[in-house]
Ligand binder design. Structure first.
Ligand SMILES: Cc1ncc(COP(=O)(O)O)c(C=O)c1O
Length: 473
């Protein structure tokens, strides 16, 4: 016999009502369900078929227009439908669509790297390109290991990272990620590396020095001569929704790494390339990493592209000591990717989008504070530039999160989506299970009317969903 509590039954009835409402909406709006041969990650909902995307809007086959308030998963920085980018890609496709990096270089990749060298804070930087954030994180882990070997520290093969972090889907990158829910089925397949706390001052109000002391203790406990690198997001991405470190955090972390010969690896996959109002998120604290990784906005969604970068002197030492970088990739250093990335960089610089992210970010902060500053279910408003997040709570005074079973953030996303605005969301920020985040990461070309639209629609969705969930509890 299965015993089901009353509260569980009432929750299940509430959930069924929500699902029925969504199913009705979806069929009215001509959504397609993933019942064909496509295998999508999220199988609990359908998705509309895209017809066209231009600027900050995406139009579906059914004619519905959606404001892309998150640029997908914080990817679309120069906007959709930019002819400058597609023209550059087409020209490259027509001249040489593909060559393998072990056999050829290309003019476009050489030019692109020269331009990138001027914007990364690494002397005489060198760039290794792959096709996703996960892949360049993998490459960064291997690079840290090999730079340590080139320095004569062959015992250093451990990467320390942080809980509540995400560095990618592949087993190496997931292994250093801290998101418990995503790791769960694979834990025994990954190396058990140490994780330290991320700066999450809303729930863990410590100084940067205290967080850095935790890192130092972890390095010492592991044995400094076994640690290759410390990997972290300069401003937390989707796992903590733009949680900002205390101002003394990054300088203190840099000092700890230097003291113990540990390479500092900055995961700027989500927050890099102007997203937070500076070219690199670490620039907010004037700190330079040893290895810098970025991806999402690098080619703005026009091509799957990411790079890992290191100082020229370090790469040269690797060459002299080890001969080659022991890594690879059929599609590494893709010339069409370089053409796309170069065109996106031209737009980023030519249109002053990094500064625009700062200015529009300030407007977004004000709009969020005006709308949610006193909201009973918005515990924290955080982030920088055009990456900002709201942490939703059941009780603002005690900071009690909603129970995960309610899937509050997911419902907010879907409700806002139906209402014409796509926001980003995640769940589990508090303890890997509970904790709802709604995030904004729009194209950097947005204007104030878009900010007003996205805050208004997100506000309506948050009101409706939190009200419904609290009433069903
Ligand atoms: C900070 C961070 N690092 C790495 C990744 C992995 O990137 P990708 O999904 O392109 O493999 C992500 C993706 O969300 C990310 O946010």
């Amino acid at each position: 016999m299965v015993l089901v509590s009353n509260s569980h039954l009432s929750y299940a009835r509430g959930r069924d009502r929500l699902n029925e409402t969504r199913a009705k909406h979806m069929s009215e709006q001509g959504y397609k369900h993933p019942q064909g041969n496509v295998f999508y990650r999220k199988m609990d909902h359908g998705r509309p078929c895209v017809a066209h995307a231009e600027g900050v809007y995406i139009t579906t086959v059914g004619g519905k227009r959606v404001l892309d308030a998150s640029g997908g998963p914080i990817v679309v920085n120069v906007g959709h439908g930019r002819r400058e980018v597609t023209d550059a890609m087409r020209a490259q496709l027509e001249s040489a669509a593909y060559v393998h990096a072990s056999m050829f270089t290309s003019d476009v990749i050489e030019r692109y790297c020269q331009r990138l060298a001027a914007i990364v804070p690494l002397a005489d930087a060198r760039f290794f390109f792959l096709s996703s954030g996960s892949e360049v994180i993998e490459a960064a882990i291997k690079l840290a290991r090999q730079l340590q070997m080139a320095r004569g520290h062959s015992g250093r093969d451990l990467i320390i990272s942080r809980t509540q972090s995400y560095h990618g889907m592949t087993l190496g990158a997931l292994g250093v990620s801290g998101r418990r829910g995503l790791r769960a089925p694979y834990v025994d397949m990954m190396r058990d590396t140490p994780h330290v706390s991320p700066p999450y001052t809303y729930r863990d109000p410590r100084s940067g020095a205290e967080y850095a002391a935790e890192l130092e203790q972890t390095i010492v406990a592991a044995g400094a001569d076994s640690v290759a690198g410390f990997l972290a997001e300069p401003i937390s991405g989707a796992s903590l929704g733009g949680a900002l470190p205390p101002d003394d955090y990054w300088p203190a972390i840099r000092e700890v790494c230097d003291r113990h010969g540990v390479l500092l690896i900055a995961d700027e996959v989500l927050v890099g390339l102007g997203r937070t109002g500076k070219m690199w998120a670490l620039d907010h604290w004037g700190v330079t990493p040893d290895i810098l990784v970025t991806s999402k906005g690098l080619a703005g969604g026009y091509f799957p592209l990411g790079f890992v970068a290191a100082r020229g002197a370090d790469v040269e030492q690797l060459r002299l000591e080890l001969g080659n970088f022991n890594h690879g990739g059929t599609f590494s250093h893709h010339p069409v990717g370089a053409a796309a990335g170069l065109a996106v960089l031209d737009i980023l610089e030519g249109e002053g989008l990094v500064d625009r992210a700062r200015v529009m970010g300030e407007r977004l902060t004000s709009a969020l504070r005006d709308r949610f500053g006193d909201h009973p279910n918005v515990g924290d408003i955080r982030g920088r530039g055009l990456f900002q997040g709201l942490e939703l709570v059941a009780d603002r005074d005690t900071k009690r999160p909603f129970a995960a079973k309610h899937k509050v953030a997911s419902h907010v996303h879907h409700t806002a989506f139906d209402d014409g605005v796509s926001v980003y969301y995640s769940q589990g920020c508090v303890d890997g299970t509970d904790g709802d985040l709604v995030m904004f990461g729009p194209p950097l070309i947005i204007d104030e009317s878009h900010i007003a639209e996205m805050v208004e629609v997100a506000g309506r969705a948050i009101d409706a969903v939190t009200h419904r969930v609290l009433a069903s509890d």
